[in-house]
Design a protein around this ligand. Sequence first.
Ligand SMILES: O=P(O)(O)OC[C@H]1O[C@@H](O)[C@H](O)[C@@H](O)[C@@H]1O
Length: 285
Amino acid sequence: MSTHQPRLIDVHGQPAVHLRAPDGAQAIVLLHGAQVVSWVPAGGEERLYLSEASGFADGQAVRGGVPVIFPQFEQRGPLPRHGFARTRRWELQRTDTGRDDAIAVLRLCDDERTREQWPHAFGAELTVAVGGTRLDVELEVEHRGEADAPAFSFTAALHTYLRVREVEETRLEGLRGLRYHDNVRGSESVQDLYALSIDDEVDRIYFDATRPLQLQEPHRTLTIESQQFPDVVVWNPWQDKTARLADLPPLGFRRMLCVEAAAIGRPIVLAPGEQWWGRQTLVAG
Ligand SMILES: O=P(O)(O)OC[C@H]1O[C@@H](O)[C@H](O)[C@@H](O)[C@@H]1O
């Protein structure tokens, strides 16, 4: 059996690590934002959406894959929208190929620039593991301040862009009974239908999800599980909003659905020395 060691590659001018498990499952992770931009399960096809109109410049957000949102979700605080983790270069700490999977660990720590925006000593680590039909993405955050430093709080998300053949033929199951905030209507509701169909702009935060979700397409399924990310964001900009996004092609919204593992409703609070982690797992079927 040949083992394929993780390789450093270039993706639109940005360094990235290419992971390949012994069974052929693959993922590509940019150092920029620690952003997974490609995932192909063993014997399968690409399951993440990456916009062909995305920019890849330093300091810019990449449209697609799995952006890491930290330490602020959206505009729920004073920081730039969705925080700074997605626009900073992370450090590649470690890669490994085991019997069943290939792994990359990336790290972002506070520096002068982060402290100007968010005055806290932190270490964030993203672990990506790919193998078989499964992709695991785990975010860990540690308070690295002195013992007498104040606690800090943050919101976070793994803003996963799932690739779909045709979003109108897609159903997301597993949200029934959950309370959600509808960002499009500015209202609160409870999901009463068993399956969410996407045929218009959708931008919702579902709170306290407990079950795995299933993304059903006519020819395939994706199971989406999360641990310690209590909330789920579902986002598709649809036609009009897409026209206002320079980094998404006009029909891009038909090929994607964001299903994000998030901690928004109850921000995470860490005292010095404390850690938190949350994980999203995708299983292709
Ligand atoms: O364009 P951005 O900053 O990547 O954000 C994309 C979307 O991200 C989603 O998580 C938000 O719920 C949406 O409101 C937002 O439009």
